[in-house]
Design a protein around this ligand. Structure first.
Ligand code: ADP
Ligand code: MG
Length: 378
């Protein structure tokens, strides 16, 4: 059944419109967005849908097909950061950060797996922000929507995420990755055509979620801040590899490793863009491998499941592979020749079974369009 019909059944009225916003994969540039670095994400073809109807009062009625309970009800006057059931905060946070003054009814449905490192949270926030911007003709640009949805997640949900996920969910273009400068939010579209080159980018969802996730992420951010303070910089973006080496002996060894990851990862993003421009997928694969090693040994945000997915992919013919997202679980990506996908996937599946890990899930990462309107009725 379509979300349009589901909405009618639930709220006894038609939605004004339905929007869709995608999840994302970050090709390379991990844990650098909050260091004002460069990232290279693309929107995937799995989206979150938001069906929305404006009300004439202050009531907010929310429902998600991915959540058991039927309708969550609150009102505009009750909106306060970090209140409400967890899943509602992503939506209420957007209503709050956009300064909405009218009640709404919202039904969510999603193809983006939650907690798999594909950013279902940004897909949810951006689908809601895009729908509100359209329904109320707010005239906000996509970049402004990215900033406001990030603010919703930072302040209302309470997750200190960077700006990458929301930006790519809003600015994604079919057949392209986005080279995003997280310092000034300027971006360039970079053509990525795996299919034409006989390749696929396989997403391996390890289904692992280690308890470290929240604390580990906040700790890495704090460590980066410490290095910034040590060097007297604005962000790690301004640190060069040579400066870092010069002061290595004066810096705590853990802090050195964290900074080394960030500095080298930003260089790898530039190298990956050059590789893509030359269709040099062998080099792109090597850069993915280097990125994984750096995340594993310098930044220390990997876990046995991610390492297994990456190593087995590499051993069974992938041009390159790496963990993506915050780490300590979630997904890895593997750049694989079209004909090798089955072999790589079954090798990973076998190794997971042997190691006693949960069964992994596989998705195709296809560079797709960003947030958009699906249907509009007044
Ligand atoms: P990720 O963004 O990597 O998928 P997060 O932990 O950042 O993982 O976000 C997942 C959370 O976002 C879920 O636990 C839930 O609260 C919320 N969420 C995402 N998609 C939906 C959905 N379709 N319906 C309800 N809540 C959702
Ligand atoms: Mg998220």
């Amino acid at each position: 059944m379509s979300i349009f019909q589901d909405f009618q059944n639930l709220f006894n009225a038609s939605p004004n419109l339905v929007s869709a916003a995608p999840g994302r994969v970050n090709l390379i540039g991990e844990h650098v967005d909050y260091n004002q670095g460069l990232v290279l994400p693309f929107a995937i073809d799995s989206v979150t849908y938001c069906a929305l109807r404006l009300r004439d009062d202050e009531k907010i009625l929310l429902s998600s097909k991915q959540v058991e309970s039927k309708i969550y009800e609150t009102s505009l006057s009750n909106l306060a950061p970090k209140t409400g059931p967890d899943w509602t905060r992503y939506i209420l946070g957007v209503i709050w950060s956009l300064g909405i003054k009218r009640g709404v009814e919202i039904l969510i449905d999603s193809e983006v797996p939650q907690g798999a490192g594909l950013s279902s949270s940004a897909a949810l926030e951006c689908s809601v922000a895009f729908a509100l911007n359209e329904a109320l003709s707010l005239g906000l640009t996509r970049i402004e929507l990215a900033q406001l949805t990030q603010r919703a997640e930072n302040e209302f949900v309470g997750v200190p995420c960077g700006i990458m996920d929301q930006t790519i969910s809003l600015l994604g273009k079919i057949g392209h990755a986005l080279l995003l400068d997280c310092r000034d939010l300027t971006s360039k579209l970079i053509t990525v055509d795996f299919e034409e080159n006989g390749l696929r980018l396989l997403i391996i969802d390890t289904q692992a979620h280690h308890a470290l996730v929240d604390g580990g992420y906040a700790k890495r951010r704090a460590q980066c801040e410490e290095v910034v303070g040590f060097f007297g910089l604005i962000s790690l973006r301004d640190l060069s590899a040579s400066e870092l080496e010069k002061k290595k002996m004066l810096l705590d060894s853990t802090l050195y490793s964290r900074a080394l990851h960030v500095v080298t990862e930003i260089d790898r993003v530039n190298a990956a863009v050059s590789a893509l421009k030359r269709n040099d997928f062998k080099l792109l694969g090597e850069l993915l491998n280097q990125s994984h090693d750096s995340l594993r040994f310098q930044y220390q945000v990997s876990c046995p499941e991610l390492d297994c997915a990456v190593e087995i992919s590499q051993k069974s013919g992938a041009l390159g592979a790496r963990m993506i997202g915050g780490g300590f679980g979630g997904s890895a990506i593997a750049l694989v020749k079209d004909g090798d996908v089955g072999m790589v996937a079954s090798a990973v599946e076998r190794s997971f079974a042997e190691a006693g890990f949960k069964s992994p899930r596989f998705f195709d990462a296809i560079p797709s369009e960003g947030a958009r309107l699906i249907d509009r009725r007044y």
